[in-house]
Design a protein around this ligand. Structure first.
Ligand SMILES: Nc1nc2c(ncn2[C@@H]2O[C@H](COP(=O)(O)OP(=O)(O)OP(=O)(O)O)[C@@H](O)[C@H]2O)c(=O)[nH]1
Ligand SMILES: [Mg+2]
Length: 297
């Protein structure tokens, strides 16, 4: 513990990780927690719902809210995702606004900056993927620099995390810890397992298809100590998609299963038997209640 941490009053509160799709929100959450909690892929719009990750330090407890990337399309799922961004802005004590070092300040950054300002929330700006860019990207609104600390960070290389967290902690209210010390997230292992299946879908399937698929764990049996049995449905909207996900001779779904099982075993620290079933559910993407029951809002 540093001198500063020993003397400072304890602080606790929520910081929302906000930014455009693919800016590195989930990677930053995982790097801060030192655990893979949120799935990460090279494609934008991977995260579908808010996840709480709890970072404990001697002087503070930071409740980090990972959010879906804010984007412009009006589809039902997308507006549900943007809804969870809005509620994260409302619920947080401080905003951690992310800007990609290579892409610079985006229209989504403007909208989030304005929303945080309107809600009266203090902001720290993080320039992500600092290992890829050189310094601060151009076309940077001067007002932002005057009103918020701007700090570079590389989540992949673990650089800049502590100064960033120090800046966030300064914005949190004085408070005793809000969660027990061993608590890492508000999400169940069952839900995290479904997410890891979804991550494997993004790795194994081309282009738009992963966005059309939902994963629902229908059975999560931990009664055997040496082997956790998990059954999950992959919900697609059309028969043609089902054929692609299964692949010739079942080869695609087999690869998805192997990749997902490996990650789930690392999460659960146990052997896992993973059974995947592809189901056609034409309306899941259009039905707000269904999107909610799948845990995406
Ligand atoms: N080089 C480099 N790449 C990074 C860094 N952080 C994230 N990435 C990459 O950026 C891509 C997107 O990362 P995510 O963490 O999924 O981004 P996100 O903001 O959560 O994306 P959505 O959930 O889709 O909105 C992945 O390919 C990451 O590996 C970083 O610090 N350096
Ligand atoms: Mg994400």
């Amino acid at each position: 513990m540093t001198e500063r941490q020993r003397e400072a009053p304890h602080r606790a509160g929520a910081a929302a990780l906000l930014g455009p799709p693919n800016v590195g929100k989930s990677t930053l959450l995982n790097a801060i927690l030192g655990t893979k909690l949120a799935i990460v892929t090279a494609k934008p719009q991977t995260t579908r719902s808010r996840i709480l990750g709890i970072h404990h330090r001697p002087d503070a407890q930071i409740l980090l809210l990972d959010t879906p990337g804010l984007h412009e399309s009006g589809k039902v799922l997308n507006s549900a995702l943007n809804g969870s961004v809005v509620s994260a802005v409302e619920d947080c004590d401080a905003g951690l606004l992310l800007v990609d070092a290579r892409r610079g300040w985006q229209p989504a950054n403007d909208r989030l900056w304005e929303a945080l300002g309107a809600a009266g929330k203090p902001v720290v700006v993080a320039i992500t993927k600092a290992d890829l860019g050189d310094g601060c990207p151009a076309d940077w609104p001067e007002a932002v620099r005057q009103l918020a600390p701007v700090l570079p960070v590389s989540a992949l290389q673990g650089e800049g995390l502590e100064p960033l967290l120090d800046a966030v902690v300064e914005l949190l209210p004085e408070s005793p810890p809000l969660y027990p010390e061993d608590e890492l997230t508000d999400r169940s292992l069952r839900w995290l397992a479904a997410e890891l299946v979804r991550e494997a879908l993004f790795m194994e399937l081309e282009q738009e298809l992963p966005y059309q698929i939902a994963v629902e764990v229908t059975e999560f049996d931990e009664s055997r100590r040496d082997l956790v049995h998990i059954r999950a449905s992959l919900l697609v909207t059309r028969n043609s998609q089902k054929r692609i996900v299964i692949g010739r001779g079942g080869e695609v779904i087999k690869r998805i299963g192997i990749a997902a099982r490996r990650e789930i075993e690392a999460l659960l620290e146990s052997k896992v038997h993973l059974e995947l079933w592809v189901k056609v559910e034409p309306r899941w993407l259009k039905n707000p209640e269904r999107i909610q029951s799948l845990g995406y809002v």
